[in-house]
Design a protein around this ligand. Structure first.
Ligand code: 3HC
Length: 482
């Protein structure tokens, strides 16, 4: 089928972005909103986004005018009679979606494909409510839609042969990569991403580290484009909350139950960028640099990161009476601390990537030693992230369960390793997919890290996936690719 004219229903952040994507690819777009006010907001989204591209020299004024000229806005669904495809991007309320699809089924010509951009609701339930279940499909875009290169194409058991391929081909015309998936809550990306974001909120509530510390650790240490709180603000805390509710309803996995902190922020109307305030406020005061004092240090145990050398090169000398004793490790350090004559001086040190130093303070670490450790890390050219002395500190506690979930997803037969990797790279801008990350981290390291997390938090889902455990037991260091 030749898709030339497309309807987009709902012009919030996602719908407006989707309309822009189609118009940029040369298709005509009819955007529908409930009332004139919502329509004006939708128009504003597209105008700002294309203006930004023009300012950056990515679009000429003429190209921008052409894109805007391809988009017609209306408050009447009846205007969608002749379109080839409709994408729905209204809020995640199943009853509203079902009633919209019944309406679209009545209005649109019989061959029109009706697609939902739902993040997690069952596409099958929407399809079954229409008289054309074979031509109803999921087409899941990622925020910001004009930038993220993935579309999850969600087929159901009643999708007509050929429709998935047609929609995947269309995604290609839009400059996106399609990953074809079945109808399970969260599909690939949200099923892996949302528990990680939720867990970050749990760590924040537990006081394991600060908002900025957690964001720095994941962005600078792991190399993700954004930390979890900046990303939650981008997605919208209400959207993230809704997706988690749906995930929890399907899985009853308590890691999918939205964290109390998220509920509180959503209830307070702090929804992230869309409301101007979420985890981050509109105008954050600039961070005051901490004042450095004269510092002496010692390294307890093997210096796996060569920090002693770096610090010596910067003019610092190891001392017998140090302000701070650094213990290089990826495990809690309290056992080491209590063996010292002065446990208050011990700080656990875990270097993540080449930019971040996680600094684990025990229940006995003194504020002076903790500060000295932070100062030393800055001297060594690393961003310090202070955290509590808990299994996995920040990065492993967030990364390893996500990798474990990916292994479980693959092992369940839901998606291939290549599709899971591509989905996370293209949908979330990750530098590598989970199986690629498992490859360079090493399976045994991740399995052992998960065991430590499980032992500490007693969270069933932190127990290593049986497939991961078996591969390590069999002495395999990487996931076998077929
Ligand atoms: N709309 C349009 N374009 C945008 C944009 C927006 N909201 N935000 C950024 N851009 C464009 C910029 O214009 C720029 O384009 P250019 O390279 O052609 O000049 C490009 O994106 C890079 O932008 P910046 O340089 O301003 O900023 P960054 O380099 O920091 O990138 C980012 C911003 C693309 C948002 C990047 O941080 C990123 O990839 N973040 C991860 C986003 C992510 O994970 N999305 C998926 C969320 S999950 C989801 O949506 C599913 C849902 O169901 C919940």
């Amino acid at each position: 089928m030749a898709f030339e004219t497309v309807g987009v229903v709902g012009l919030g952040t996602m719908g407006a972005g989707i309309a822009e994507v189609f118009a940029r690819a040369g298709l005509r777009v009819i955007g529908v909103e409930a009332d004139a006010e919502a329509l004006a907001r939708g128009r504003g989204h597209v105008e700002r986004s294309t203006a930004r591209a023009a300012d950056r020299g990515k679009l000429t004024a003429g190209q921008r005018a052409e894109i805007l000229g391809r988009i017609t806005l209306t408050t009447s669904r009846e205007d969608l009679r002749e379109v080839d495809l409709v994408i729905e991007a209204i809020p995640e309320v199943l009853d509203h979606k079902v009633s919209l699809f019944q309406d679209l089924d009545r209005i649109c010509k019989p061959e029109t494909v009706l697609a939902t951009n739902t993040s997690s609701l069952p596409v099958t339930a929407v399809a079954a409510a229409t008289g054309r279940p074979g031509r109803v499909i999921g087409m899941h875009f990622f925020n910001p839609a004009p930038v993220m290169r993935l579309v999850e194409v969600v087929s159901t058991v009643v999708t007509a042969p050929g429709v998935t391929a047609e929609i995947s081909e269309l995604a290609g015309r839009l400059g996106k990569t399609a990953v074809s998936v079945g109808d399970r809550a969260g599909f690939v990306v949200n099923r892996l991403l949302l528990p990680y974001l939720n867990h970050a909120a749990v760590l924040l509530e537990l006081g394991i580290a600060t908002r900025d510390g957690i964001d720095d650790a994941m962005r600078l240490g792991v190399g993700l484009p954004m930390g979890p709180f900046a990303l939650l603000d981008l997605i919208g805390l209400d959207t993230a909350y809704e997706v988690m509710e749906v995930l929890f309803d399907e899985t009853r996995d308590r890691r999918h139950a939205p964290s109390p902190l998220l509920r509180e922020l959503v209830t307070a109307g702090l929804l992230g960028r869309k409301s101007g305030h979420g985890f981050y406020g509109p105008q954050e005061p600039p961070k005051e640099p901490e004042k450095s004092t004269v510092i002496t240090f010692a390294i307890d145990g093997p210096d796996v990161h060569g920090l002693g050398e770096r610090l010596r090169a910067a003019g610092f000398r190891p001392s017998d009476d140090p302000d701070t004793v650094l213990h290089c490790t990826d495990r809690p350090v309290i056992e080491h601390a209590v063996r010292l004559s002065d446990p208050a001086r011990l700080v656990g040190l875990h270097v993540v990537g080449d930019k971040v130093a996680e600094l684990a303070g025990t229940a006995l670490t003194s504020p002076r030693a903790a500060k000295a450790a932070r100062d030393l890390m800055r001297v060594a050219g690393l961003t310090p992230v202070s955290c509590k002395d808990r299994a996995g500190f920040v990065t492993d506690a967030l990364l390893f369960p996500y990798l474990n979930d990916a292994v479980r997803m693959y092992d369940s037969g839901y998606a291939s390793m290549a599709d899971i990797d591509a989905a996370m790279r293209l949908g979330c801008g990750y530098p590598a997919g989970p199986f690629e990350m498992l490859g360079y981290l090493g399976l045994a390291k991740v399995r052992d890290g998960l065991r430590a997390l499980y032992a500490e938090y007693r969270e069933p889902a932190f127990a290593p996936a049986p497939l991961l455990d078996q591969l390590v037991t069999a002495g395999v260091s990487e996931f076998p690719r077929s």
